[in-house]
Design a protein around this ligand. Sequence first.
Ligand code: PLP
Length: 427
Amino acid sequence: MKSRSLFERARAVMPGGVNSPVRAFRVVGMEPVFIKRGYGSRIWDEDGNEYIDYVLSWGPLILGHSHPEVVEAIKNQVEKGTSFGACTQMEVLLAEEIVRSIPSVEVVRLVNSGTEATMSAIRLARGYTKRKYIVKFAGCYHGHSDGLLIKGGSGLVTFGVPDSAGVPEEIAGLTIVAPYNDEEKVAEIFAKKGDEIAAVIVEPVAGNMGVVPPKEGFLETLREITKKYGALLIFDEVITGYRLSFSGAQGYYGIEPDLTTLGKIIGGGLPVGAYGGREEIMRLVSPEGPVYQAGTLSGNPLATAAGYATLKVLSENPGIYDKMERLSEKLCRGLKDIMERAKIPVFINRAGSMLTMFFTGEEVKDYDSALKADTTMYAAFFREMLKKGVYLPPSQFEAVFLSAAHTEEDVERTLEAAESAAGILGK
Ligand code: PLP
């Protein structure tokens, strides 16, 4: 068991044996498998087991693993040098493509991760509005910067309490938390504090409490109310950017935020993030304006080459989105039928190629309702599926992603595995 011995060594030298907590498989009651390679929709672990991959590095690999054009772009670049800390053509190409495709983005800054993108967008919103409070939604994740590492409690409008040790209460207190999909609570917050709120940040389709789509009118209300009070609306499209559509969630729903954060897909599997928006706001970023933000590796040639190649394949093959829609619909319908037959209550949320099967019979529309899902049942389902060669997210509260590389056969094999897992779980 190579994975097991690697994990033992990993635990000796890294907290929990991992470099990002959810990889540790703790909530599904297992030790992690160590992945050796990936191709298309498949990954192989160090012990030679093959899996259909529905995690896809948590979303970036919309073309699947080792897509030939992405690999070629990385190879071409690597021979010329990996980083110069100076201006390069590739960062201009990627920035131009982002500005062309994301409706509200007129000017963009490239960074190294989604966390950096959201953290910097918040600083910019505060710099622009000269206000200090931000509003976020319970269950939305925007990376691990201090002020955003706050989920807030239950259905109440709460001033944030830190989710993590090490976040001072004074910083958490600048974040106001509202329940997702609850327009009334947002209106209440603005009625009380409207002229001190710099920005509302939202995942336009939530992916980090499991998938929770916005109710009709929710995003529109956020757009209207922020405009009315002179606050900025930030769409965190780190997951949805180029996944829900080539123009992101904002193109899909037809709503333009003031600022947008991106990551994952725009790096094609290498570390990239970006924040962008209206020119008038973005020109406040240094060196043009007073809002400071910088990065040794920002816009580095290797990552931008992988990201640009990914966006190029997507833009030249719009049929990819139809294919992913068809396959995820089939997967969703199949899972629903299987669980119904096995008399296991589930509620499935789906938006395009991202979906979550919650083990609860009740509608999941926000963080509180997501928390009603039976995580023990999910853990058992996850373990059965893994045994059968299907690699799902190792937590109930994450999204299943499909890629352009997934096939009808992959989905059929996944449904066969689910049928057999449901047979075991339903007993
Ligand atoms: N925003 C959203 C919506 C995310 O899903 C994530 C990560 O999963 C982030 C921000 C943080 O991105 P990163 O992990 O690249 O720092």
